[in-house]
Structures are given as structure tokens and as C-alpha cells.
Design a protein around this ligand. Structure first.
Ligand SMILES: Cc1cc2nc3c(=O)[nH]c(=O)nc-3n(C[C@H](O)[C@H](O)[C@H](O)COP(=O)(O)O)c2cc1C
Length: 213
């Protein structure tokens, strides 16, 4: 039975648009609120990427159960580009990262940090990447954070630490990639936040095309 058979139905892959050059970006929304502020921000980035002819996919974790890293180091022994845990969607998500040229990680700010779901994903994917000689090396990565008031920079840093230790390339924007809002949809009123996402999308597309030659 394939890994896809274990995928919960509430993992939503919303967009899949073919590109001319075959460059792909996968975005993971770590929020439990599907279609909430983090999703809205990510969609602004994805729209710019699509305008540049890049294939995109949005995966909303939607509070799905994803276990943290067990520290078993089985990935270092097997070196099969997968995590030893086969009872959740972890490997499905890691495979999506492996196949993509660019990775967007989005999270709402939870107590001045990221959500446990996206943390579990980066711990497992990061270890699998290292165990396989730098599986994510030179992919392009960017973080997006939604916040009501404070703590977003810390969450942003957490996500960027994953990209940096994975030897990934990070594009910048006109501000740190943060959108302000509390209830779903509030970020639409954060004009600077939306502008930051659009600029990020354009810069990510530019960098992807350079990296891909
Ligand atoms: C458990 C929890 C913890 C939160 N912690 C913070 C926080 O530390 N700082 C903050 O400004 N907002 C905090 N918030 C608010 C969310 O970051 C904010 O509502 C965000 O827009 C939610 O994004 P989403 O719609 O994508 O889930 C918290 C929300 C929850 C549910």
C-alpha cells in the first residue's frame, strides 16, 4: 500500500498549476485553521509564483496529527529519504519537500513561536534531509507568519533556522514576511503585510529561476 493511502482526507492540496520550466513550489500551512490568515498570506505568495509560470501546491495541515521526531536515527541507518514513522502523513509531506524546488513554510504565531504541527514537520524533514546527505540543499525556502500582536519574529526565526541548517537559499522581501490579524481574513486589511507577500513571491520566483539556471 502506498503512503498516499494513509493520508487523512483533511490534507488539502489546493493548487497545482503546470509550469513551462517545471519549477515547483510546495507551501505548507501549519495552522489548524484551514483558509485562515496564514493560508491567505501564503496564497498571495503563490499567486506571484504562478504569474511567473511556477507550479504551486498548497498543503494545509489543518490540525492533522503529525508526530514529532523520535530521535531513533533510523533515517541515518536506512538513508531512504524517509522517516521511520509510517503511521501518519509525515513521509507524504517529506516526499513533497524532496520533489519541490522551493518550499514555503507558513505558521500562525502560537505563544511567540510556530505551531506544533509545523515544528514536527521541520524536525522530521530536517533530520531526514541530513541523514541523506543534504536532501534539501540549494532548494529555495521562505517563511510566512501570521500574528495578532507579538512574537512573529521569533516564529519567523524558527522557520528560517530550518532552511539555513538545511543549506537552502532564502529570498528576502521589503519587510519580514509577517501579516497582522486575529480572526480569519483580518490580514487582508494589513496592506503592508500583503505587499510584503507579493514582493516575496516575485523575489522567490527570481531566485528559483537563477538557481535552476
Ligand atoms: C494557541 C494560540 C496562541 C497564540 N499566540 C499568539 C502570540 O503569541 N502572539 C500573537 O500575536 N498572537 C497569538 N495568537 C493569535 C494568532 O497568531 C492569530 O490569530 C493568527 O492570525 C492566526 O492565524 P491562522 O488564522 O492562520 O490560524 C495565538 C493563537 C492561538 C490559537
Amino acid at each position: 500500500m502506498g503512503i498516499a493511502a494513509n493520508l487523512p482526507l483533511f490534507i488539502i492540496a489546493e493548487k497545482f498549476i503546470m509550469s513551462e520550466k517545471g519549477i515547483k513550489v510546495v507551501a505548507f500551512n501549519g495552522s489548524a485553521r484551514k483558509g485562515g490568515n496564514t493560508a491567505i498570506l501564503l496564497k498571495y505568495v503563490l499567486k506571484e509564483l504562478e504569474t511567473e509560470g511556477i507550479e504551486t501546491e498548497l498543503v494545509e495541515l489543518s490540525g492533522a496529527a503529525i508526530h514529532g521526531c523520535l530521535g531513533c536515527r533510523e533515517c541515518s541507518k536506512k538513508k531512504d529519504r524517509l522517516c521511520s514513522q509510517r503511521n501518519d502523513m509525515g513521509n507524504e509531506l517529506i516526499e513533497k519537500m524532496d520533489k519541490a524546488d522551493g518550499i514555503l513554510l507558513g505558521s500562525p504565531t502560537y505563544f511567540a513561536d510556530i505551531t506544533p504541527e509545523i515544528k514536527a514537520l521541520i524536525d522530521r524533514a530536517g533530520y531526514v534531509s541530513m541523514a541523506n546527505g543534504g536532501m534539501l540543499r540549494r532548494k529555495v525556502g521562505a517563511a510566512v507568519v501570521a500574528v495578532r500582536r507579538a512574537g512573529a519574529i521569533h516564529a519567523f526565526d524558527t522557520l528560517n533556522h530550518f532552511f539555513l541548517i538545511s543549506e537552502m537559499m532564502i529570498p528576502g522581501s521589503s519587510y519580514w514576511n509577517i501579516g497582522v490579524g486575529r480572526e480569519p481574513g483580518d490580514v487582508e486589511r494589513d496592506e503592508e503585510g500583503i505587499r510584503t507577500m507579493k514582493t516575496l513571491g516575485r523575489n522567490m520566483a527570481w531566485l528559483l529561476k537563477k538557481v535552476q539556471g
